[in-house]
Design a protein around this ligand. Structure first.
Ligand code: AMP
Length: 393
């Protein structure tokens, strides 16, 4: 069966038409600047790329173009289900669900937890229900995989009523990616996932690590929001919770301004005062840019600390998995992280690490300790598979 996967952001709509059984991709693309004027849609099929202007620029119009493409491919009637990425499912959703009015209400109830993302996800689902009225729509949550975390991992040490009344706890994100690469790691190692203790590191513009025991998330670095944990492109990750109050008093900044800076001006960008892009940082660091070197060092140090910390949740470590734009492509970051983790028995295979072809999975560790793996993530395929699994029962 063919599945259409949709990921709606506040001004964008990403789409992919996939066969979940084979992974075959027939159509993909991205509509951008929706609702902001000069909206456009980029389509890719059979290796051909095309960008068109979108009149109006609503989710509905973007989906109208997708429908036209499906007709041109003679595929409209081959689509059996639509899978939607939904960012926050709170404690209500621990697995993918078929969208019903009650489910939409549940996603709406999680809007305070993800005020930028969930409203866009809801609008995308509603537009898709109109464009594809006869099909089952499935919501796949970024948080759901982490609902297996034990209370000891998800509770913050704050007044109990903050948790009970306001849901202040750790939820975690990137769930479809962590789940997908954990499954692929088991295949690569030729061992059952149920027997494996893994730390998966999704390193992109947003980054998180996850402790995966027997295929279940038992801890992760992101929290109530995607701001907690690792150093990211423009997000700070962990910091002293006393900092916002201090800055409000010392610099006269509002909470809104501080939060915006922690999300958009911090991380690699803040440290380097140059860029949030790891590729550019590597080049600049090699050219002697001190800020770029510092950004790389703090990124690597925090990541190594987190991977080591996650082993406390696992007891035994079988493998570390690198994925995401940085994890899949930066041999430098992988090498520097693994060189800090000799204490866990991890031993880098420099040749394998340096020569891994782009887009390929592989083992980058020497024998005799936990494995280190690179595995390209595929969130669209993961969502398509979850959707198909639910629809086909
Ligand atoms: P993502 O959000 O998963 O698309 O990842 C984006 C990040 O991956 C950016 O920081 C990119 O600079 C980084 N990235 C992509 N390709 C490379 C590469 N060849 N070397 C280092 N970093 C890369």
């Amino acid at each position: 069966m063919w599945t259409l996967v949709l990921n709606s952001g506040s001004s964008s709509l990403k789409f992919a038409l996939l066969n979940p059984a084979t992974g075959e991709l027939r159509l993909s693309g991205l509509a951008e600047r929706l609702g902001a004027g000069e909206a456009s849609i980029r389509l890719e099929r059979d290796g051909q790329r095309e960008t068109r202007a979108l009149n109006g620029g609503s989710y509905g119009e973007a989906l109208g173009e997708v429908l036209k493409e499906l007709d041109a491919l003679n595929m409209r009637h081959e689509v059996r289900a639509v899978g939607h990425r939904v960012v926050h499912g709170g404690e209500s959703f621990s697995a993918p669900v078929q969208v019903t009015p009650d489910v939409l209400e549940g996603v709406r109830a999680c809007v305070p937890l993800a005020p930028l993302h969930n409203p866009a996800n809801i609008l995308g689902i509603e537009a898709a229900q109109q464009a594809f009225p006869g099909l089952p729509h499935v919501a796949v949550f970024d948080t759901a995989f982490h609902q297996t975390m034990p209370e000891v991992a998800y509770r913050y040490a704050v007044p109990e009523e903050w948790y009970k009344q306001h849901g202040v706890r750790r939820y975690g994100f990137h769930g479809t990616s962590h789940q997908y690469v954990a499954g692929q790691a088991a295949e690569l190692l030729g061992r059952p996932l149920q027997e494996l203790n893994l730390v998966t590191a999704h390193l992109g513009n947003g980054s998180s690590v996850c402790a995966v025991a027997g295929g279940r998330s038992v801890d992760t670095s992101m929290g109530l929001t995607p701001l907690e944990g690792l150093v990211m492109g423009t997000r700070s990750g962990d910091l002293d919770p006393g900092i916002p109050d201090y800055l409000a008093r010392q610099a006269g900044l509002s909470l809104t301004e501080i939060t915006a800076a922690l999300n958009k001006k911090s991380g690699l960008l803040g440290l380097s005062n140059l860029t949030n892009d790891m590729r550019e940082l590597e080049t600049a660091a090699a050219d002697g840019h001190a800020g770029a070197r510092l950004a790389l060092d703090v990124f690597v140090y925090r990541l190594a600390k987190y991977i080591a910390g996650m082993t406390a949740a696992l007891g035994r470590l079988d493998a570390v998995v690198f994925t995401g734009g940085i994890g899949e492509n930066s041999a430098l970051v992988r090498a520097e992280v693994l060189n800090r983790l000799g204490v866990l028995g991890l031993k880098l295979d420099s040749d394998a690490n340096g020569n891994l072809p782009r887009g390929k999975a592989g083992v980058i560790s020497q024998a005799g300790g936990p494995a280190a793996l690179v595995i390209p993530t595929n969130e669209e395929l993961s969502i398509a598979r979850e959707t198909a699994r639910l629809v086909e029962g």
